[in-house]
Write a protein that binds this ligand. Structure first.
Ligand code: HMG
Ligand code: MG
Length: 298
């Protein structure tokens, strides 16, 4: 059984660009996000309100938020690590905020400078405040299939961290294979276990394609009735605080596969290509997705 429709959440402007060392001009970010808005997405994570020293590329989140043309029907979301980040997100009237933490204590410290235990009260406050402001909240858990510092991560540990976030009142949980180590059998087994703990109607999967297994992992997840996936156009991305993290699952590859399978996404492949070609030109390097490799040979 395959789903009729899948929701794709575009994280390229955030997860994609955060790992790019060459500064992308504000005007180009805005133009790119506007092209994405025209491509048929229902959700775009456009930036993050984190410390500019930690992620210099996204230091213009406020300007981006103010300058993009927001389209009706699209949720514009931003990543926030703490109260200060939330303030920025609220000032610019984002639709949704995403809080994030890691299932691995070491990665959590490297990424947000706090232990897992220290992170809970910070995120709890952010979720409460965001809700008071009428914002929906997404919660990411990263390194759920493996950590670059700690190695294997217990499925129980992922369930515990996820439950804490769900108890805070998050609307959606996104489980991330931050360094792209998951294999399809592992995803299958983990989802079997998590089914007993976690509400799958609130679950999204966030795969990275570091070792070429992201699409296979999507297929397995769809067999577990998961129909929301994060992806980054052209396969841009990675976490600068996870050694070896590279390429997110490429939106264009995911859309192509789903459409070939007769599964709807609402996304226009031609417009997607236009947006991918645009950001490829800005970054001045060929994007890693299979679709873009085809385009680049045309
Ligand atoms: P810290 O140094 O521990 O912060 O960094 P602090 O709370 O001690 O404050 C120190 C200073 O930072 C203060 O300023 C604060 O005001 C300021 P001062 O008083 O010294 O002038 N500050 C901020 N400034 C701007 N924006 C803020 C903010 N917060 C405090 N939000 C902090 C802690 C969380 C800020 C830092 O570690 C950080 O920004 N980390 C973000 C790293 C990041 O974005 N990583 C990538 C995203 S996560 C990911 O990629 C995984 C995911 O994609 C899923 C997957 O792939 O699996 C989601
Ligand atoms: Mg990611």
């Amino acid at each position: 059984e395959w789903p009729e429709k899948v929701t794709i959440k575009e994280v390229g402007p955030r997860d994609g660009l955060q790992n790019e060392s060459v500064e992308v001009p504000l005007q180009d970010k805005v133009a790119w996000i506007n092209l994405l808005s025209d491509a048929g997405y229902s959700y775009i994570e456009f930036s993050s309100f984190v410390h500019p020293k930690w992620i210099p590329q996204l230091k213009d989140a406020k300007e981006v938020a103010a300058m993009i043309s927001r389209k009706k029907g699209i949720t514009y979301a931003a990543l926030v690590p703490n109260r200060k980040g939330l303030e920025g997100a609220i000032d610019t009237d984002v639709d949704e905020v995403s809080v994030f933490m890691s299932a691995s204590d070491t990665h959590n410290k490297k990424n947000i400078n706090k232990s897992i235990e220290e992170t809970y009260p910070i995120l709890k406050e952010v979720v409460q405040e965001a809700k008071l402001e009428g914002k929906s909240v997404r919660g990411y858990v990263s390194t759920v299939f493996g950590c670059p510092y700690e190695g294997a991560i217990d499925t129980d540990q992922v369930a515990r961290v996820s439950e804490r976030l769900l108890d805070m009142g998050i609307d959606e949980l996104s489980l991330g294979d931050t360094i792209g180590v998951a294999n399809p059998r592992q995803v299958d087994q983990a989802l079997h276990e998590w089914k007993q703990w976690l509400p799958f109607d609130k679950l999204a999967m966030h795969f990275h394609n570091t070792r070429g297994m992201a699409l296979s992992n999507v297929l397995v997840s769809m067999q577990h009735n998961i129909t929301t996936f994060d992806a980054s156009l052209g396969g841009l991305g990675g976490c600068p605080y996870a050694k070896g993290a590279s390429g997110n699952l490429a939106t264009d590859d995911l859309v192509h596969m789903l459409h070939q399978m007769g599964i709807e996404t609402g996304i226009d492949e031609e417009k997607l290509k236009e947006a991918a070609v645009y950001i490829q030109r800005v970054l001045n390097k060929s994007l890693p997705s299979h679709q873009m490799q085809v385009v680049n040979k045309e």
